[in-house]
Design a protein around this ligand. Structure first.
Ligand SMILES: [Ca+2]
Length: 190
């Protein structure tokens, strides 16, 4: 069985400074998933659901899950940012597993931040991920892969202005929006 899953507690994109500004719409998943949250699924066994019981607190979380077989489940929101001086924070539990097979199946649960300009041109991607063995995702000049060490609830924080320094030649002031995605992906036949 392949079972990549991604369960999220709360999301928030905060403007730096004394007055923290929540830039997500429904970033805590307390109301029904609707635009600007968008989703896409492919293949069997996909779930994108809200519930209060994925973690012990009484508030809602969202589950993005892809079961056995090639495909994906993705949930994302594009956020206009007033400047690169923003801090992204999310509490999530990332799980991925893939059984051995001749086709080297793989799975990954990931939080993705795509840094874009007003025209949607992509300047770089940060990926916080829990990959299984054989997952082909690797870092490059435009893609920074940060792997998580376990499958517990963890809070992940990205200082965007600092993060953009990873991508050589990118003018941080050109980045005017961030597409934040939650993705569960399975590759290779199982
Ligand atoms: Ca809860």
């Amino acid at each position: 069985m392949m079972r990549p899953a991604l369960i999220l507690g709360l999301g928030g994109l905060l403007a730096a400074g004394s007055a923290a500004l929540e830039l997500f719409v429904n970033g805590d998943f307390e109301t029904a998933l609707a635009p600007p949250w968008l989703s896409d699924t492919g293949g069997p066994g996909t779930f994108i659901v809200r519930a209060t019981t994925f973690d012990p607190d009484p508030d809602y979380e969202v589950l993005v899950q892809k079961g056995s077989g090639n495909g994906h489940a993705k949930l994302w929101q594009t956020i206009a940012v007033p400047s690169p001086e923003v801090v992204f924070s999310i509490t999530a539990k990332l799980q991925a597993s893939a059984t051995w097979g001749a086709t080297r199946p793989w799975a990954v649960a990931a939080i993705l931040l795509y840094y874009e300009d007003q025209l949607g041109r992509l300047y770089g991607t940060t990926c916080i991920a829990r990959p299984s063995t054989h997952c082909p995702w690797t870092s490059s000049d435009s893609f920074r892969l940060i792997t998580v060490a376990d499958e517990e609830w963890r809070t992940h924080t990205i200082d965007v202005a600092q993060e953009l320094q990873y991508f050589a030649g990118v003018d941080p002031q050109a980045v005017s929006r961030i597409r934040v995605g939650l993705a569960a992906v399975v590759g290779a036949d199982c």
